[in-house]
Design a protein around this ligand. Structure first.
Ligand code: ZN
Length: 305
């Protein structure tokens, strides 16, 4: 039998490691059991099968799931939505209003993802469309109640993407951060940026402040897992983004480019130093963090100063 990890991470909150391509501790889906059930993040299409097995192990009946809340439509977060709704007859998919068209018609998203991510897009799999009638185009402040004192409040947190949402769970004072708070490498307790182009640093920093103002006690990262000292973690990430941007600024001032920036980041950023071996040994992070994330910050500084 294949390894499948389910963890009770909070009161009525469970985490399923969807193990895309056998990668553990990389993509999490959260299951909130109230009177009905809400799922936060689907993971990619290729691991929906694992997610469904996880739901079975948690004794979740398909018709009990009322909401599937995704942070954004990138393949590793909402890519599985179209496949998943086929198994959950009553579930509606909550997504930022600007992301909704891409869930309904994922063709362009898939094409772009293949161009940008290449081999990694193939690992995630092609997203299936979500029927338009099952999509809730959400905006900041909306609340979705699943009963028994379990609810999700939409917090618009743009920056990583122009259509990114986080979800605040008031009873547990926790936030499902999607990609708004970076990637938390829980095994080594380090945060690294997820800032692919077109990343907006200014807006991402505002989003981090917005999350910090909620004074959460717990963060639930999609990549990956539960973290305490939530406010401190949000501030740490903001400082790291500023550090990266300053290095990119320096590069541009002396006529250097992406490669120099990346090298300097590895030299100066203590978190990256600590995580380097982990990142470089990872099938997906090896290509994305020190490639795409650095490029995103670099492009932002180049285009917006
Ligand atoms: Zn992601």
């Amino acid at each position: 039998m294949k390894y499948m990890s389910i963890t009770e991470v909070g009161k009525k909150i469970y985490m399923i490691d969807v193990e895309v391509a056998g990668l553990r501790n990389f993509i999490a889906t959260y299951v909130l059991k109230g009177k009905s059930v809400a799922i936060v993040e689907t993971g990619p299409a290729s691991s929906v099968e694992n997610l469904i097995r996880g739901l079975k192990e948690l004794d979740v009946k398909p018709e009990d799931v009322s909401y599937i809340a995704v942070s954004h439509v990138h393949l590793d977060h909402g890519g599985g939505a179209g496949t998943l709704v086929k198994f959950l007859p009553k579930a509606k998919v909550i997504v930022h209003q600007r992301g909704a068209p891409h869930l309904a018609n994922p063709g362009k998203l898939w094409q772009q993802s293949r161009m940008v991510l290449g081999r990694i897009a193939e690992i995630y799999g092609e997203p299936e469309p979500v029927p338009a009638g099952r999509i809730i185009a959400a905006s900041d402040g909306m609340v979705f109640d699943v009963g028994n004192d379990v609810a999700l409040k939409v917090v618009e947190t743009l920056g990583h993407a122009s259509h990114h949402l986080s979800y605040y769970e008031p009873p547990s004072n926790s936030i499902f951060t999607g990609d708004a708070a970076g990637i938390y490498l829980n095994e080594i307790d380090v945060i690294v940026p997820t800032t692919p182009s077109p990343f907006r640093l200014d807006i991402a920093l505002e989003s981090l402040e917005k999350l910090a103002r909620l004074k959460p006690s717990v963060l639930y990262y999609t990549h990956f897992g539960k973290a305490n000292n939530a406010v401190e973690k949000l501030h740490t990430y903001a400082r790291q983004l500023n550090l990266w941007a300053n290095i990119a600024k320096q590069a541009l001032e002396i006529g250097e480019g992406l490669e120099w920036t990346s090298r300097k980041i590895v030299e100066i950023d203590e978190a990256v130093k600590k995580a380097r071996e982990y990142i470089e040994g990872h099938k997906v992070l090896g290509e994305t963090v020190l490639g795409e994330s650095v490029r995103g910050v670099f492009d932002y500084v180049k285009n917006f100063g």
